[in-house]
Design a protein around this ligand. Structure first.
Ligand SMILES: NC(=O)c1ccc[n+]([C@@H]2O[C@H](COP(=O)([O-])OP(=O)(O)OC[C@H]3O[C@@H](n4cnc5c(N)ncnc54)[C@H](O)[C@@H]3O)[C@@H](O)[C@H]2O)c1
Length: 258
């Protein structure tokens, strides 16, 4: 259902990783704000059903973000349907956790390929397709700002996403394409559901977050909506932290009472 405050009317958005998590929440919010949305993922069954639930104006496309030819196919299909891309959200991604000594070269390459090369190919696709301007929002991470032990491969990919975001903002400005990144902290999605994260003490971690809770996918989607829409028309080349205050600094620990 479109909201009365439709901030993306007449826009056509491609959202990667849209079958679940932050990508799905973003696609849903964009659709509610009047955009034509192309939900893209490799999980075709879930992606198709999310798009079907949204109804008219929502389309599912298979797009493996690491495959250059699939990017060309997706943007060509949008243009052929008279929906040229004006917004791109690069949300497809994955995380894995291990020390540098425990990370295989294959795993490092998987992280870089999916999180960084996937974003790079998305930027190239946007640069070619957004002939009348547009907005790109990349998913970096708090871990792409603050180095975190055992997140070397993931962190390297997400620091890289911030670098690419700024370079693209400079290079695409003359084409009226804005490029920004969001840096979420811990958001309640399936990304950390794997065995790598099973031993994390989530209660202790949550206590370390100034707002004392994990974020919700919709809270990230709302920030992405701001950067995707004309509300942020003078914003490009920046990172928006969505981390409950974690990156703001630290508190001095208090002695526990006797
Ligand atoms: N959840 C968090 O705490 C958090 C924090 C910081 C940054 N992020 C970033 O936000 C983005 C979305 O994360 P999420 O939490 O929604 O994750 P998620 O695991 O819930 O969703 C990721 C989606 O990406 C899709 N995907 C995986 N490989 C793909 C590929 N090759 N091509 C296309 N799609 C592919 C998956 O099928 C899935 O639907 C990621 O880039 C992630 O690094 C997440």
């Amino acid at each position: 259902m479109t909201t009365h405050d439709a901030r993306l009317r007449d826009k056509c958005a491609l959202v990667t990783g849209a079958a679940r998590g932050i990508g799905a929440a973003t696609a849903e919010l964009f659709h509610a704000h009047g955009a034509t949305v192309y939900l893209c993922d490799v999980d075709d069954e879930t992606g198709t059903s999310v798009a079907a639930k949204l109804g008219a104006g929502a389309h599912y496309l298979h797009l493996d973000v690491t495959d250059e030819a699939q990017w060309t196919r997706a943007t060509t299909e949008m243009a052929d349907r008279d929906h040229p891309m004006s917004i791109l959200v690069n949300s497809a991604g994955a995380a894995s956790k291990a020390s540098i000594m425990q990370t295989s070269l294959a795993e490092l390459r998987r992280m870089i390929d999916l999180n960084l090369v996937g974003t790079f190919l998305g930027l190239q696709a946007a640069g070619a397709a957004m002939t009348t301007g547009g907005s790109v929002v990349n998913l970096s991470s708090l871990r792409g700002v603050l180095a975190t032990a055992e997140l070397g491969a993931y962190g390297a990919s997400k620091f890289g996403v911030r670098a690419l975001t700024r370079v693209a903002a400079l290079e695409f400005a003359e084409s009226n394409i804005r490029v920004n990144a969001v840096c979420p902290g811990s958001i309640d999605t399936a990304i950390t559901a794997g065995a790598d994260f099973a031993n994390d003490d989530m209660d202790a971690y949550v206590k370390s977050i100034p707002l004392q809770r994990r974020g919700l996918p919709l809270e990230v989607a709302k920030a992405i909506l701001f950067l995707a829409s004309d509300d942020s028309s003078y914003v490009t080349g920046t990172d928006l932290m969505i981390d409950g205050g974690t990156s703001a600094g630290a508190r001095t620990p208090k002695r526990s009472s006797p």
